[in-house]
Design a protein around this ligand. Sequence first.
Ligand code: GDP
Length: 304
Amino acid sequence: MQDREAPVARTGMVAIIGRPNVGKSTLLNALVGERVSITSRRPQTTRERVLGVLTRGRRPAATQFIFVDTPGLQRGSRSLLAQRMNQSARAALAEVDVVVLVIDAHGWREDDEAVLELLPPDRPNIILALNKTDTLDRYEDVLPVLQDSARRYPFAAFVPVSAERRRQVDDLLAEIAKLLPEGEPLFDEDQYTDRNVRFLAAELVREKAFRLLGDELPFGIAVTIERWDETDSGVSIVAGLLVEREGHKGIVIGAQGAKLREIGRLARADISALLGKPVHLETWVRVRRGWTDDARALKSLGYE
Ligand code: GDP
């Protein structure tokens, strides 16, 4: 028999879903803090992308919340592609331990219903967050919305919050924690310091390159951090963008260097936000034959 007082560790994946503009990113930031709420990859072999990790308490009673992205959440479109994407969203939602559905505290809209339809019926792990309570005339105005919500789905909990004002965000965390399965933390608590921050910085550069080059980049690209000089006033970083062939170099650099400059500009802003200090970022495109083999090796280890 288990001792009632025995501390247990809880760890699990949490997805925050809801229609655009309802406040999901703001809520994620309120929950995990700006510092860690950028995209990174989980070193396990799941398809979810980790958006942020929050660890509360200490071992042996630590609670670790791993917030993940649900790819392909597409609403309102009836196309085959959208259907496929919804299928993958459903599959992803079935894999997470807790789903937080976010609606506006003013009440349900058609797009919210469409998101709700993606959820499997009668699941015990869905929490409803009613966001933007700060915009209600009176706080009590949320009461009829709660009643309406309870009729729509057997939610495990209803939590009115204001993500922007950081109100009742702890209540939401407490409700999530109750639904997390027992388990040891998957991420180190210092996951986001030093070496890892470098990794995240490289990821940010890579993400911008992908976004800006899109279809022009039929080949892969890797990013390495070549230099990292940190002082109290800022960080000076040199990042190398590795391509496989000489011919790919020009594509990444762009006319008069425009593409590379833009990649650097966007990445610099994000890295600076991540570190909370000014960043000087230099980017160089380098031809490094054979790196894709390394990439393949990494992929086989579960890194992508
Ligand atoms: P997402 O598209 O669901 O990720 O929504 P965002 O997090 O980007 O938020 C959409 C807009 O709603 C932004 O302008 C936020 O500042 C605003 N917002 C988010 N949460 C709150 C809140 O609690 N109160 C108020 N007043 N605005 C909020």
